[in-house]
Design a protein around this ligand. Structure first.
Ligand SMILES: Cc1cc2nc3c(=O)[nH]c(=O)nc-3n(C[C@H](O)[C@H](O)[C@H](O)COP(=O)(O)OP(=O)(O)OC[C@H]3O[C@@H](n4cnc5c(N)ncnc54)[C@H](O)[C@@H]3O)c2cc1C
Length: 405
């Protein structure tokens, strides 16, 4: 099933415009300035509440948003990928903020929202006045979102939502959460909603003691009769699953980009260290078994980046032709390929970087240990590895070979 046969690599061009290149330079500068702030929060193991104000001031919270709205930067998908890759080098905690707010949030509202929703939500989101989160997962609905039990009913011209969401990034620090729910008493007709976290009945509790991502807000969300205005349904009635799946596709693309950044940072740190750490009378970079780690990391970096860029190229075509279902399916497949490969390669790179640093790699004072703890989640969220493997196989086997429906 080669849905995108016309898009072979020889026809691709990953150049970014001069204006977009300037934006990438601005992101690089902002990331350098932000690093010591994130370092401090990481070592204190505290959620970094400076991401929003810092990057809002730099006008970098609306990268994929059309210039029509607020601080929207109108980044094309290649530029977006390169931007998130750069942010990913700073760590998966900071990068998760961007992926959730921009890919799961802004891109999804931009695709599915009404003109009024886009104007209201994207204007505020791109300026950092309203951070967006994505509430799909529940205690008993993870890889199988169709199993969710959050429900809504219509009362007095409004929707009233009740249920519990689990593992929601930015659940405690966002202004709006995209929430998915079934009509009360039904197991079909899922709908998406834009829920204001200031509404009565919305409560979020941070999840502590995580394996990694100490600087990221991950929360349990309780919805106890939360009222939502009629105009805050996201997407057509009954199309909530399509909205959710398109959000996850955006999220996977962003995770893939962040993971490329992690591999890059692990490689950069390892190359530096291998040149200055001496054992047995020479820099460890001259020992062939250490070279093996570095060579594999460097090769995986290039492979992950090419997959990401191809996903970006295909996704850009889809953004320009959003009703083309063939392009949608191709984008879904390429985003899954890029995310799967980059997630695994980022964890492998972090593991190799820890090994190259020896005992110094075992301390959170250094970057390898943080990447090792933090990037592990990329093999779980936005579609766990096993779910991605089924998607990759379906891409080769074709329709009729779905592992589940
Ligand atoms: C830090 C963090 C942040 C997150 N942020 C968000 C967020 O912002 N919004 C949100 O909605 N969710 C979020 N999640 C939830 C995340 O998307 C889910 O954890 C993920 O979808 C997997 O679901 P699960 O954890 O319930 O695992 P399960 O679905 O219970 O899976 C457990 C294991 O079984 C495997 N498995 C399940 N079904 C199959 C199958 N059919 N075939 C083969 N293997 C299978 C899985 O691959 C996995 O290995 C976050 C999670 C974490 C850890």
């Amino acid at each position: 099933m080669e849905q995108d046969g016309s898009m072979n690599l020889s026809k691709m061009n990953f150049d970014v415009s001069e204006e977009q290149a300037l934006m990438l330079e601005q992101i690089d500068a902002a990331c350098k300035e932000f690093r010591p702030i994130e370092d401090r929060y990481y070592l204190d193991r505290k959620v970094n509440d400076q991401v929003r104000p810092f990057f809002a001031k730099a006008h970098l919270l609306g990268l994929p948003v059309s210039r029509k709205y607020g601080d929207g930067q109108g980044a094309d998908m290649v530029t977006y990928a390169l931007a998130i890759e750069r942010i990913g080098r700073e760590g998966t905690g900071v990068r998760t903020f961007f992926s959730v707010h921009m890919a799961l949030g802004e891109m999804t509202v931009q695709h599915w929202g009404t003109e009024e929703q886009k104007d209201r939500i994207l204007t505020a989101a791109s300026r950092g006045d309203a951070i967006l989160a994505f509430g799909l997962t529940e205690p008993n609905a993870g890889s199988d979102p169709a199993a969710l039990t959050t429900y809504f009913e219509e009362k007095g011209g409004r929707y009233v939502i009740s249920g519990q969401k689990m593992w929601i990034s930015l659940g405690s620090s966002s202004k709006y959460v995209l929430v998915f729910a079934y009509p009360k008493g039904k197991r079909e007709g899922m709908c998406g909603f834009i829920v204001d976290t200031k509404s009565p009945g919305y409560r979020a509790e941070m999840i502590h003691h995580k394996l990694g991502l100490p600087t990221a807000d991950t929360s349990t969300v309780y919805l106890d009769g939360v009222e939502v205005a009629k105009e805050d349904m996201l997407g057509p009635p009954g199309k909530g699953m399509s909205v959710a799946l398109s959000g996850l596709m955006n999220g996977r693309f962003s995770v893939a980009a962040g993971c490329v950044g992690v591999i890059q940072d692990c490689l950069d740190e390892s190359v530096k260290y291998a040149g200055v750490r001496f054992q047995h009378g020479k820099p460890i970079g001259k020992h062939q078994l250490v070279q093996r780690h570095i060579g594999l990391m460097a090769t995986n970096l290039e492979a992950a980046k090419l997959l990401l860029l191809k996903a970006a190229f295909v996704k850009q075509k889809y953004e320009e032709d959003p009703t083309n279902l063939g392009l949608r399916d191709a984008t879904d497949l390429w985003c899954a390929r890029a995310k799967y490969f980059a997630a695994n390669a980022s964890f492998d790179a972090a593991n190799r970087a820890v090994q190259i640093f020896g005992a110094n790699g075992y301390s959170f004072e250094g970057r390898p240990a943080r990447h090792f703890a933090d990037t592990r989640v990329t093999m779980i969220y936005e579609g766990a590895n096993e779910i991605m493997e089924q998607k990759l196989a379906l891409g080769a086997l074709g329709k009729g070979f779905e592992a589940y429906s």
